[in-house]
Design a protein around this ligand. Structure first.
Ligand code: D54
Ligand code: ZN
Length: 276
């Protein structure tokens, strides 16, 4: 499992394109027939993808964890962004179709991922954080997710925020997870931008056409940089960094957090004119 170390904001100011990409961009996590996971030292969040084809994929165990099994001291959130699929947790199979979310609590020994059809494979995006107790495994469909309408067509940021794992939804120790859908013609997410010193965040962009590009903005609000991103790529956001994007067409993205609190509204917004 690849490991990403944490970066100091003062050091970040000197980073060139290649360094920014190496330290924050998680590309290649979606690979047909494979599970790819990255261990980040941002709140020890593991970020990855499971893309089963004809055969089931096992979550497995990794030496980095020094655990008997993956979820011995962890919890996991999974959202499917591809074709119909199933996730099996200790023998119980859950239908996790596109935009559905499954939370699996600490103590589950075996997790398996499968696609209903290899011709329309499921693509599972995975977030896993350390957990101190067991919350029940729970499935939430996209219809059941709590929806918040944000932005406007005039500012090209009209979008719907879908919340799944959060204080009023699926309960967890640390994980907060959901996804945001932009309307056609709207291309800006998380603008006005914000930081939340108490939590890290990861973004995973999807349903962005292959011919298009996403520009992800990061850094302190007065010292911003960008990363050019493609469909099915993820990026980690340190607690000191904004995390916002604009693209050449509309798209969707999964966001997820772990850290000091689970209060979604604990954000310090940065006024648009103040960005540098
Ligand atoms: O801390 C919260 C996250 O940055 C996202 O939920 C923001 C987002 O989905 C959006 O504005 O579109
Ligand atoms: Zn945020």
């Amino acid at each position: 499992m690849k490991v990403i170390q944490a970066v100091h904001p003062e050091d970040f100011k000197a980073y060139q394109t290649a360094q920014i990409r190496e330290r924050f961009l998680l590309d290649g996590i979606v690979e047909p027939g494979k599970i790819n996971l990255v261990y980040t030292h941002y709140d020890r969040m593991i970020v990855g993808g499971a893309s089963p084809l004809g055969t089931e994929l096992d979550l497995g165990n990794y030496p980095n964890l020094r655990a008997e099994y993956f979820l011995e001291r962890r919890e996991i959130g999974i959202i499917n962004v591809g074709g119909d699929g199933t996730v099996t947790a200790d023998g119980t199979a859950y239908n996790v179709n596109k935009l559905d979310c499954l939370y699996i609590g600490k103590g589950t020994k075996e997790v398996k991922f499968a696609s209903k059809s290899a011709d329309a494979p499921a693509v599972f995006f995975i977030l896993s954080a350390p957990a101190h107790m067991t919350y029940p495994t729970a499935l939430m469909t996209n219809e059941e997710a709590v929806k918040v309408h944000a932005g406007a067509t005039e500012t090209a940021n009209k979008r719907t925020i879908n919340k799944y794992i959060f204080l009023e939804g699926i309960r967890s120790c640390q994980l907060v997870m959901g996804l945001t859908i932009l309307e056609p013609g709207s291309v800006w997410n998380t603008m006005p931008a914000h930081v939340h010193d108490r939590r890290m965040e990861a973004y995973f962009y999807f349903d962005l056409d292959k011919s298009q590009k996403l520009v992800h903005y990061m850094g302190e609000g007065n010292e911003t940089r960008h990363i050019m991103m493609n469909n099915h790529e993820a990026v980690v956001s340190p607690p000191w960094s904004i995390h916002s994007g604009s693209a050449t067409a509309n798209y969707k993205f999964i966001w997820g957090m772990a850290g000091e609190n689970q209060d979604y509204t604990d954000m310090d917004p940065i006024a648009i004119p103040d960005l540098r």
